[in-house]
Design a protein around this ligand. Structure first.
Ligand SMILES: [Cu+2]
Length: 160
């Protein structure tokens, strides 16, 4: 009797597993950030997200153990070379769509960092999409680079 119950439980478990795997529709790759500017506690975050599923998914929540609050931002550089940025209210990814977070475009703002980010370090960020299991991506910390005039400006902005 015991053996029979166990057998049924195993069969049930095995049939549930592939179903859960099939639900992981959001693929997040190429995560990176930059080392923090001395004296600041904010950093940007970039990655590529692809919806491999069949339904539109909205990003509901972003967290990291190293940040007190993460928000979605969009920035662009105008004709005068001035960088502006603003919060994105909502991010939806349609089936088959790839959204790239990159400099002078969409980015994460990691505020209230609990430690300076050093080159080569990895920062775990967890994204929760509607009706999906949380997905964690590791942002590799890159150096502050020369081309960074807009980014440097950006990092000196106040982020509430
Ligand atoms: Cu920003």
């Amino acid at each position: 009797m015991l053996r029979k119950v166990t057998g049924a439980a195993v069969v049930l478990w095995m049939s549930v597993l592939p179903l859960q795997a099939a639900q992981a529709a959001m693929e997040i790759t190429a995560g990176w950030t930059r080392q923090t500017v001395p004296g600041t506690t904010v950093a940007v975050g970039y990655f590529v997200v692809k919806n491999t599923g069949t339904r539109t998914r909205e990003l509901l929540k972003i967290t990291s153990p190293l940040s007190s609050g993460i928000t979605l931002h969009q920035s662009s550089v105008d004709a005068q070379g001035v960088s502006r940025m603003w919060p994105i209210g909502k991010l939806e990814v349609e089936p088959g769509q790839t959204v790239t977070f990159a400099p002078n475009g969409k980015h994460l703002m990691l505020a209230g960092l609990t430690q300076p980010l050093r080159v080569g370090q990895r920062v775990a960020v967890t994204l929760v999409f509607q009706d999906e299991a949380p997905v964690t991506v590791e942002l590799t910390v890159r150096p502050l680079v020369e081309e960074a005039a807009p980014s440097m400006d950006h990092l000196h902005h106040d982020h509430p």
